[in-house]
Design a binder for this molecule. Sequence first.
Ligand code: SF4
Ligand code: SF4
Length: 367
Amino acid sequence: MNHAYFLARESFQTLIDVLGSQGYRCLAPQARDGAIVFDDLDNVSQLPVGVHDQQTPGAYLLTRSESQRYFAWANGPQALKPLLFSPRETLWRAERDAEGKLSFVIASPKTEKTAVIGVRSCDLAAMRIQDQVFLEQEYKDDSYQARREALFTVAVNCSHPAETCFCASTGDGPTAKSGYDLVLTELDEGFLINAGSVAGEDALKQMQLDQVSDQQYFAAAEQAIHAAEVQTRKLPAKVNEVLLDNLDHAHWQEVAERCLSCANCTMVCPTCFCHKEVEQPELNGETTEHLREWDSCFTQGHSYIHGFVIRQETEKRYRQWLTHKLATWVQQFGNSGCVGCGRCIAWCPAAIDLTEEANAIAETRDD
Ligand code: SF4
Ligand code: SF4
């Protein structure tokens, strides 16, 4: 009936050790500075035992219980994006030699085999979208590709979605369907574990596990159904058409009166890929570094073209973000740019909720 194996809770260190023995740097969720973050881990004791997250518009709070679970939370501000698309990196540098001759040197991306434990299904969906951007267009991004090839993902199916999650409605969760090397489902007594790649099968073989019982298999299936059913948020039907047909709707200005143009939503969004390129010359005048840094459609500079800023008003910036994410992204890539992770809702200091804003426009549409 099933092909999953069972990893007892007290044996979780085996997974960490196997990944380490295969040469992976191991990153896993940890409770740090009031949030769940991915960080280096070599011992199971570093996992966030009994930690839960309460997420509502404009709020993120960690709480603790007596639960022995490691993954009883939804997500933190990071997805896989910062690990693959670096927030700041040198692309090339120019150097002048003793005779004054200039040479341009491409900066080789620094990569190491990295295994990330605790990846969510929405994070995998977002990585798939970033693959489209960085690997499947006319030009491939060398840095992204190198990091992507060095990445091993251990997904964990969501059992405790946050109030802000809506991945069930976008079709991106709460259960991981593909794109992982290993996938876990956490039960009180331990984990169902499956491989999704050859590398995952290799790791699984080294762990020498027994098959799960039918009872454990059904408990996992029930947990997945429950994790989808508790999600209440969703985007309106045909949201792409709704937004593009209502570009002059009064609601854009209503949102702009609350929006701070702070760009938090785009920084935490696992699919946003906007960036800028900057020069950083040395004071000696002999070398200069050409850097790529994350940027946002909420900054002035991002829409500066030929002497003026084309999106001066916050209204236009918010409209640009939402219509790109939910509508023109579909024209560009064939799918939505939103995977329903809810991060932009929780981490918005003004508690702006894209599902509410899109629904407000749909319910009072002009067309
Ligand atoms: S738009 Fe918001 S909910 Fe959608 S993927 Fe980005 S951060 Fe997540
Ligand atoms: S929507 Fe929220 S997070 Fe995004 S720029 Fe406006 S205030 Fe900042």
